[in-house]
Write a protein that binds this ligand. Structure first.
Ligand code: GLV
Ligand code: MN
Ligand code: MN
Length: 376
């Protein structure tokens, strides 16, 4: 996960690999890793993220970074003197351990003032502490529209569509919007055997009711593709015989319609206020991420699709239900994204995997797409 000792080591490791293929490599103060093709004014930018989720698998997002490394390696080996090069990037904290898409937002100049100071992990560690611990140095890397002709990201699909249709490459046309919030309740700890039910100020009780309401309300008021998740629920002090004095949950929901996301978010706040009134428990909700829906660039998608066809695969055009750095990069330059199949559609778990032949095939398509892009 972002800023863990393993993350820091992986980013140093990546700098060495990028240097080996002839790129000028370094990290910035957030831990973004950038390999720059020397001696050129223009370059395609290829990459993804090397941080992951707790107990995450080995492919989400390292795959896209290694494809970038491999594209740079073979294209340099083939024509080191070319006028348009290949830069490779690994963004920091795409998964939002502290701040979703921290690295790509910084890269595109989209961090709001106060965002770094406010960001915390679910265990409450401030991002500023994690930055200090990790010790990355250097000015933030910035997107360079004068240099970067396009950003290309490869990723596992993390869902079942490619594997179940027997298609080896997906071309992403759009991304869903994402809302994330933390809901905290404060009550009073008491003896759970001796305190009458009517006298308790149980902080967890309204949040359990809230969780049940979320499933019902989102199913009724959401669209056919709306998804939602309560991914963390913590109760304090967390003992069988103590009435909870505190409770906290994270709610995330996604859809491609920003107006629907607004309506769902407003309904959440309204319902929480009602629960607080009914239970006399203080409840606070804090939005921790609002990522708008986004689209990729048609001309870049076409280049990926042609590369897939050249390799004998008719690609599936698809919407991404997952968030990716690519949706942030779209604010700064043309973007394209390709998916390869996930076995069983599984991801965000250590069981995530892809057939090695599909990994190699996808890399071939990516390298051919980059070669095509450099010719345009
Ligand atoms: C990233 O994996 C996300 O969609 O949250
Ligand atoms: Mn992920
Ligand atoms: Mn990812």
């Amino acid at each position: 996960v972002a800023f863990s000792p393993q993350d820091v080591e992986a980013r140093r490791w990546l700098c060495e690999r990028l240097s080996e293929v002839g790129l000028e490599a370094g990290t910035d103060c957030y831990g973004n890793v950038l390999g720059t093709w020397p001696g050129v004014q223009r370059a395609a930018l290829i990459g993804s993220h090397t941080d992951t989720v707790p107990r995450g698998g080995w492919l989400d997002g390292a795959l896209g970074v290694i494809y970038g490394l491999e594209a740079a390696r073979v294209i340099r080996e083939d024509r080191p003197d070319r006028s348009i090069g290949v830069d490779v990037i690994s963004f920091q904290d795409e998964e939002g351990t502290y701040l979703p898409c921290l690295g790509s937002k910084s890269f595109c100049g989209l961090l709001q003032s106060g965002e770094i100071e406010a960001a915390r992990s679910v265990s409450g560690e401030p991002l500023s502490d994690a930055l200090g611990r990790a010790g990355f140095k250097g000015e933030p890397f910035r997107a360079r529209p004068d240099r970067h002709i396009a950003f290309l990201e490869a990723h596992i699909e993390q869902g079942p569509r490619l594997i179940s249709s027997g298609t080896r490459v997906g071309v992403v046309t759009s991304f869903v919007g994402i809302r994330r919030m933390t809901v905290s309740a404060r009550g009073r700890a008491d003896h759970a055997g001796t305190t009458p039910m009517t006298m308790r100020r149980d902080a967890a009780a309204p949040l359990f009711r809230f969780a049940a309401w979320v499933s019902e309300h989102f199913a009724a008021a959401g669209g056919p593709d709306t998804v939602w998740n309560i991914g963390k629920f913590a109760v304090e002090p967390g003992a069988a015989n103590v009435v909870p004095s505190g409770a906290q949950l994270t709610l995330e929901f996604r859809d491609s319609d920003p107006d629907l996301l607004d309506r769902l978010e407003a309904a959440v706040y309204e319902h929480l206020q009602q629960l607080a009134r009914e239970t006399d428990i203080s409840i606070e909700a804090q939005a921790t991420a609002r990522i708008p829906p986004a689209r990729t660039t048609e001309t870049v998608s076409d280049v990926i699709a042609v590369a897939a066809r050249d390799n004998g695969c008719e690609p599936l055009l698809m919407q991404s239900g997952a968030g990716h750095d690519c949706m942030i990069l779209g604010k700064s330059m043309p973007t394209g994204m390709m998916f390869i199949p996930s076995i069983g559609g599984r991801s965000h778990d250590i069981d995530e995997d892809t057939d090695e032949r599909d990994i190699v095939f996808g890399c071939q398509v990516m390298v051919n797409a980059v070669e095509r892009l450099l010719m345009t």
